[in-house]
Ligand binder design. Structure first.
Ligand SMILES: Cc1cc2nc3c(=O)[nH]c(=O)nc-3n(C[C@H](O)[C@H](O)[C@H](O)COP(=O)(O)OP(=O)(O)OC[C@H]3O[C@@H](n4cnc5c(N)ncnc54)[C@H](O)[C@@H]3O)c2cc1C
Length: 319
């Protein structure tokens, strides 16, 4: 069995999600694991792929791949799949990754299983796990033909350095006329300070219990005292209290910090699926029957407006 992992790069750096999927593929210990790195100035990313378990890295460097657009990447990956003979092609979910995976599935007439939260090998076959029925059950999914394409839920696997090196193979791609029609006209970077919620060791998340957008200052102060990042539930994102980029859950991001502090969050299943992999979950909620207490490691029943600022004050005093 041979597996190819698409490594998305930003400014030449592979994303944590892609390296996590690569590490998982290598840990399966089933056949050759390679990586595909596409873009311009992506040689350093190829070295990182070797350090995370790939034995080969297929590099397509072309100006057509400079903007982060999916369609030229479908052409490039088609060439890499032909060269590598990969039977499994894995992606970490992102806006770009999902677009490329679906485009490649159409191009290769291949089956695509998405939203995977685990992978294993059974009798030489790749088997995925994915949540179903509104994330209330986990089901195992397979493929009826090769290549098998899998899109892994973001934040599912952590990168693990193996310290290896990979052979680098340059591949040239032919771009279809229709693949080069879209033009990137602008690209805005959201201003942020501190770690992103995908990378943070500590997350302070706020829900409707904050009472309004101004309540997020309590989250921000507590997060700053802990060197962490701020996340939000969909309810508050939908209400316009906090940006979507901070949303955790089924229709947001999956995070796995060492510490997750939930302020005024009920713990709906759609939120839980995005943060249940956190090391320690602390919940502050005034309702003793809030579902979040069923899976929190430490629960505090009380008014967050009184507890959160005190906690911040104590942490600052300790520093
Ligand atoms: C298809 C689908 C996808 C979804 N995707 C997501 C997703 O990605 N992420 C997500 O988060 N949700 C998602 N949801 C929504 C989800 O079902 C919940 O509605 C949402 O998570 C609730 O957000 P909340 O906990 O902020 O609000 P609420 O459920 O209203 O909970 C607020 C909590 O705050 C507590 N509280 C109130 N005041 C205080 C106080 N002063 N001190 C302490 N505690 C207080 C209350 O007791 C309550 O438990 C999705 C729903 C659907 C149907």
């Amino acid at each position: 069995m041979s597996t190819l992992v698409f490594l998305e790069t930003h400014d030449g750096e592979p994303t944590k999600g892609g390296l996590g999927v690569l590490s998982k593929a290598a840990a399966l210990g089933a056949g050759e694991v390679s990586a595909a790195v596409l873009g311009t100035g992506v040689r350093d990313a190829a070295a990182k792929a070797g350090a995370h378990g790939a034995t080969k890295v297929f590099v397509v460097e072309d100006d057509a791949l400079a903007p982060p657009l999916p369609q030229p990447r479908v052409d490039a990956l088609e060439a890499v799949v032909a060269e590598s003979g990969a039977e499994n092609i894995l992606f970490a979910a992102s806006v770009l990754g999902a677009d490329i995976a679906s485009g490649l599935a159409a191009r290769l007439d291949a089956g695509l299983n998405w939203d995977l939260t685990d992978l294993r090998v059974d009798g030489g076959e790749l088997v995925g796990t994915r949540p179903a029925l509104g994330d209330t059950v986990l089901v195992e999914v397979g493929w009826t033909s090769t290549p098998r394409i899998g899109l892994v839920r973001s934040g599912t696997f952590d990168p693990v350095e193996s310290g290896g090196t990979a052979e680098v193979h340059d591949v040239s791609a032919t771009f279809q006329d229709f693949s080069t029609q879209a033009r990137l006209v602008d690209h805005l970077q959201e201003e942020s300070s501190g770690p992103s919620i995908e990378d943070a060791d500590v997350i302070v998340a706020g829900g409707r219990g904050l009472g309004g957008p101004e309540g997020f200052s309590m989250c921000e102060e507590l997060a700053a005292a802990l060197g962490g990042a701020v996340a939000a539930t969909r309810a508050v994102v939908d209400a316009g209290w906090y940006p979507y980029s901070a949303q955790v859950g089924q229709t947001g991001k999956t995070v796995s910090p060492k510490l997750y502090i939930a302020l005024g969050i009920s713990g709906a299943i759609q939120h839980k699926v995005g943060m249940q992999g956190s090391g320690t979950i602390v919940a502050i909620n005034k309702d003793p029957n809030a579902p979040i207490f069923d899976f929190a490691d430490l629960g505090v029943v009380g008014d967050l407006a009184q507890i959160a600022p005190k906690l911040t004050e104590l942490l600052r005093a300790r520093q």
